[in-house]
Design a binder for this molecule. Structure first.
Ligand code: FDA
Length: 303
């Protein structure tokens, strides 16, 4: 109930204005976000690289409403890729197709995504495509499949809570597209997605087996300790070398588990968002864990 309310609030523009202009909210959000600018992101990447962790860099923004915003988003990614190359950072990028204009038309998003994927290929950095709400899944997967044909190193996220995901995973495994498996962070109806956490966790475990066995480069994105342990045993069972898959976790979440996975000699990539459009991302992080909301509210009360 609380989770659903927070996810609904993530789409409210009035709340967005209020929260974004609130310095306390920004202070709390900073746990999850590197900062406003690319320089902030670079500082965070250096710290994480120093600790033996790779990075997936996310320039915050989604559901852009004009062509110029979409072009601005792809320009930000091109600048990030330049920085990754110039500074020799161990990082790739993660994009949302609605930031690149998917709501305004497939062609615009395809054009902007192609610019980013072409530069990613030159730099040798995978372009990972985030998965947004269920309404975008078909368009996202079709676009990713066509990008992958021209630029090879394009990956995509699949959400374990969607009923359709077993079939999508099979298709992407067949196409050789690297997949990041997550539980799913949006509010979806029961016809589309599993509602109970235990069911989502079980679906994730089943998909994980197929992912680890058959995917070109499995990216296991979770902070769930049991699923991290299961991945290790599945990798051993399917004879997967540690250099052929990676764990992924969010910046600011379960740093202890991040350090442990690295200490054990596994690959870990930390998803690092930056930019001023942090409101919906922050709301999804609050929705994942009520303790985050209580922390936020108690900080507001202390003001
Ligand atoms: P679960 O929610 O069961 O959490 C396991 C444990 O992790 C919790 O007990 C808690 O300790 C800790 N934890 C989890 N979330 C926390 C939080 N916000 N704050 C503090 N602690 C927390 N989703 C999506 O729909 N599309 C996408 O493209 C992506 N991309 C993505 C990339 C990466 C690298 C990650 C790690 C996650 C995503 N997600 C996502 C988000 C994903 O769908 C999911 O909502 C979160 O990862 C939380 O689920 P867990 O698998 O961590 O399990």
């Amino acid at each position: 109930m609380l989770k659903a309310t927070l996810l609904k609030a993530a789409a409210s523009s009035t709340l967005k204005r209020q929260v974004t202009n609130n310095p306390v909210a920004w202070r709390v959000a900073r746990r999850f976000i590197a900062g406003d600018r690319l320089d902030d992101a670079e500082r965070t990447i250096r710290e994480l690289n120093g600790a033996g962790m790779s990075v997936a860099l996310d320039h915050l923004g989604e559901n852009t409403e004009s062509q110029s915003q979409a072009r601005g988003a792809s320009a930000a990614y091109l600048a990030a890729l330049d920085r990754i190359q110039d500074e020799g950072l161990d990082a790739n990028i993660s994009v949302k197709l609605t930031a690149l204009g998917l709501d305004l038309g497939r062609d615009l998003a395809a054009e902007e995504a192609a610019k980013v994927a072409a530069r990613g290929k030159e730099v040798g950095a995978m372009v990972g495509v985030d998965m947004e709400s269920a309404a975008y899944v078909d368009r996202t997967l079709d676009l990713v499949a066509s990008l992958e044909e021209s630029y090879d190193d394009v990956g995509v996220c699949l959400q374990a809570y969607l009923h359709r995901t077993p079939a999508d995973l099979e298709r992407l495994n067949g196409l050789g597209v690297p997949v990041r498996l997550v539980k799913g962070a949006y509010r979806e109806p029961p016809e589309v997605a599993l509602q109970r956490k235990a069911d989502v966790d079980a679906a994730y475990a089943r998909l994980l087996d197929v992912l680890v066995r058959d995917n070109a480069y499995p990216m296991v994105a979770t902070h769930d300790q049991r699923l991290v342990a299961l991945t290790k045993s599945l990798a051993a069972r399917h004879g997967r070398d540690r250099s052929t898959f990676e764990f992924q976790m969010l910046h600011g979440v379960r740093r202890d588990l991040q350090a442990q996975v690295v200490a054990e000699g596994y690959r870990l990539r930390v998803y690092v968002p930056y930019g001023d459009q942090w409101y919906p991302y922050f709301m999804r992080r609050l929705a994942e864990r009520p303790a985050n909301l209580y922390f936020f509210l108690s900080n507001l009360a202390k003001r």
